[in-house]
Design a protein around this ligand. Structure first.
Ligand code: GLY
Length: 437
């Protein structure tokens, strides 16, 4: 079977790894990712040029395309590929609105009585924003309605001093049509611990994966600017040390109801649904959905799949998805990023990855925002460079393996040493105990 994976990063490297033994693998990627290039036929090009991707897929008789990032989904890559007879793991433009249009997502919760939502309002004029924020008795979160690559969200108490300062930012989002809409969404700020659940969907059925927790802040102890995610962990029981089976079940139920609602309101959702939740004093509440695997969370779950990924892809496109089995191991992923990241100070610098050493200690390595040039050397681009993953019987052991692997990636780089460490996890447990009383 010929499978095409669209996308350039570590998430797509992990997807390719999960498929490589069972198919003829193709990749369409913007940079030359050496982790993908060594296992797939590939073409370099803009992944957002959906006609060019479809042309490449047709030239190579691709049967199924797996779409990694959200931007091509928002442009209708699935509609374009399906129009040309290529089946897809990824939602069409209508169903992808669950990520690309936050007002669609929140309205869906309201119209279909899906629990786990929060106080929100969509605005298209400044007078209403002013009035709302003057009367709002809690801290606000300001979000563009459309896609901004994770960079448009600002939170009172983190990026904004108070709700007064939030007014100015909300106006800027609306006036500049940030994310492509002349609107802004204002939500209540939730207090708790964030967690991720990713699930496969064939449009009717949902098959959830183990929960994971990402670490969005750049520096140890949860300090510094927000990034794309500096690393994540998962536990062998599929839960998290602060997340009970009941919490997990409630979050999955929210996702199941969402899939049913999207099918009625837009189109059946075929692909991966990423739920970012906050565990609050009254259970899981939905912060946002993504229409794809998480990055880094894909690297926690894909290497643990017992059910072959190729079988999962086939069952998604054929509409007969069943349960998906995972190996009962814990995992810790650490992202190694250029110094100065999320600023782009050290882009285009050479890094050296000792793959053989990393593999010899039992860790996995995935290439992210890097480019392998004609000289064969690997250079950073403007974002996260390398993901390393430790997999073992406990989070603690997995962390040690991942941390050891970081030693074998050299360059002007840094990573968070605290991700997956017992002390940080204990803080999360204590935090939830405090909140829940
Ligand atoms: N882990 C954050 C994301 O995938 O968007």
């Amino acid at each position: 079977m010929k499978i095409l994976v669209v996308g350039t990063g570590a998430r797509e490297n992990a997807i390719c790894e999960s498929l490589k033994d069972d198919c003829e693998l193709y990749s369409y990627m913007s940079n030359k990712n050496p982790g993908i290039a060594k296992i797939a036929e590939f073409k370099q090009g803009n992944e957002g040029d959906i006609e060019a991707v479809a042309k490449y897929a047709m030239e190579n008789n691709i049967e199924i395309a797996v779409i990694g990032p959200e931007a091509p989904l928002g442009k209708g890559i699935v509609n374009e590929l399906e129009k040309n007879g290529i089946k897809c793991v990824g939602p069409n433009i209508e169903a992808a609105k669950i990520e690309t249009d936050k007002s669609f997502m929140r309205n869906l919760f309201e119209n279909y009585n899906i629990e786990g939502s929060l106080i929100y309002k969509v605005f298209d004029n400044y007078e209403d924003i002013e009035k709302f924020l003057d009367d709002f008795d809690r801290d606000a979160v300001i979000k563009p309605v459309g896609l901004t690559g994770g960079k448009g969200v600002k939170i009172v108490g983190e990026h904004l001093k108070d709700n007064q300062e939030a007014k100015e930012y909300a106006k800027e989002v609306m006036d500049t049509k940030m994310g492509g809409f002349p609107q802004v969404i204002i939500e209540e700020k939730l207090v708790g611990e964030e967690f991720t659940i990713q699930a496969f969907s064939d449009g009717k059925n949902l098959a959830p994966m183990p929960a994971a927790q990402d670490h969005p802040y750049a520096f140890e102890g949860g300090k510094g600017p927000i990034t794309g995610g500096m690393g994540s962990y998962s536990n062998k029981d599929g839960l998290l040390p602060f997340l009970s089976e009941e919490d997990y079940g409630k979050a999955v139920e929210i996702m199941e109801k969402t899939i049913k609602a999207i099918a009625k309101e837009a189109s059946p959702y075929k692909g991966i649904l990423y739920g970012q939740f906050m565990l609050t004093s009254d259970g899981p509440r939905l912060i946002e959905y993504n229409a794809r695997f998480g990055d880094p969370e894909a690297m926690n779950v894909l290497p643990l799949m017992k059910t072959p990924m190729i079988e999962v892809c086939k069952s998604i496109v054929d509409g007969n998805l069943g349960n998906i089995e995972f190996e009962p191991y814990s995992s810790v992923c650490k992202y190694i990023v250029p110094d100065g990241y999320p600023e782009t100070k050290y882009a285009n610098e050479e890094i050296i990855v000792d793959e053989a050493k990393i593999e010899s200690i039992g860790a996995k390595v995935y290439y992210a925002a890097v480019n392998q040039k004609e000289d064969g050397k690997v250079y950073t681009s403007s974002s996260r460079a390398i993901g390393v993953v430790g997999i073992a019987d406990s989070i603690e052991e997995s962390e040690k393996i991942a941390e050891e692997a970081c030693k074998y990636v050299k360059g002007n780089l840094y990573h968070r040493k605290d991700i997956g460490k017992e002390s940080l996890i204990q803080q999360r447990i204590e935090h939830m105990k405090e909140i829940r009383g």
